[in-house]
Design a protein around this ligand. Sequence first.
Ligand SMILES: *Cc1c(COP(=O)(O)O)cnc(C)c1O
Length: 470
Amino acid sequence: MGADMDRAGDRTDGDGADGAAMSSAEHADTARVARRDDAVRAAVEQGLVTPDHPIAALLDVRGIRASAAALHAAFAAVTAPGTPVLHAFAVKATPLVPVLRLLGEEGIGAEVASPGELALATAAGIPPERTVLDSPAKTPAELRQALALGVAVNADSPQELERLDAQVRSAPTGSPLGIRVNPQIGGGSIEALSTATATSKFGVALRDEGARAWIVRAYADRPWLTRLHTHSGSQGMPLELMARGVAETYALAEEINRHVGRHQVDTVDIGGGLPVDFGSDSMAPTYAQYARLLREAAPGLFDGRYGLVTEFGRSLLAKHGTVLARVEYAKSAGGRAVAVTHAGVQIATRTVYAPGSWPLRIAAYDAKGRPKTGPDVVQDVAGPACFAGDLLAEGRPLPLLEQGDHVAALDTGAYYFAHHYAYNSLARPGVYGFVPAGDTPRFAVVREPQTLAEIVEESGGARADSLTDL
Ligand SMILES: *Cc1c(COP(=O)(O)O)cnc(C)c1O
């Protein structure tokens, strides 16, 4: 717990009556779509996307701020006054320093899972007290650095706890420390993202023989263990299942505290995982809905005795990112219209390799970046990479895309364009944030487009002779 966590009651902008909340949510969705359309047109007009730079990524700064505010408000509305709440953004969702800084300004910290992510959070100015380190494979050096900084650490395994034992003995630390548990409540619709299955690689498996007793003893032996952590999964998890995972973790915190006879576990880290609707412009489920469901599932967790940490990633950023790409060629094959664009596997790796789990909406824009109209034609939206499966969308009804038009891959602000896949040495696109400003949005560079020199350099360009000289 710390002074820099939210205090419930600081914010009063919770949503009101259900009817009013519905219409204001719809209004917000409509406004977001309008901002996106304006940004696409301006990106074409202002030359962010050109024949020579045929792809760019756009981030809606106002939308990101609104999601951060909605997250604060949702938990403020369900926690007892004075409850410390730290919202730590899962950096892996959008590992871009200006994004972390923006969220930091909105009072959101960072959940990091590697030295690289910790370096990004540090570069963004996220203070250690608002940073949480979770990873299943932390090295002794990483643990030492986190403890020296005062970053919170959740041990993922008994072996990692032994390493913490040694380090805590050798140097005092201000880091809040806990153990990650896997409540083994089962998986969601996407196996690769389900972290609470019986055999998940994450955390201490709570239902395994002897595990519960081991955990209780581990806390009894270590008065410095004050947190419990769980993260039951990401996209594809039903909310009820996630809530059950949190409720089981809360019950374990109560059991530990009863056993040791004091309030040793003072904070529960409930992870992230709120799913995103990739099929429409709706922001549902909302943070407010999830927070209410959590309070129903574990009322005692919200009565003021426990501090809370959350680790949302996708739900904070996904809806606020758009990949915009030119249609280089329009062709036809076997009676199927195919738009060959510059957005493919390099920015939408999951969608291309697992289209069933990760469908993306595609919006069609004309050569000037205006929404394209016309009768729907079933077509493929292909990427630039040299393999047949490089399709953003297959058999998708859209106004017929023509050479020089643009396509937008929607809801790509998390786990997409910031997760470049270097297939075919395709360059990382530039990322631009935008805010409405009078008639046309104003842009800021978040990340420059990758240059050819950078591609050569990261491909061993400085060591061209290393093999021939060997
Ligand atoms: C990935 C991850 C998150 C964030 O998940 P989202 O689905 O993006 O909200 C949070 N905590 C941990 C431990 C994670 O691995």
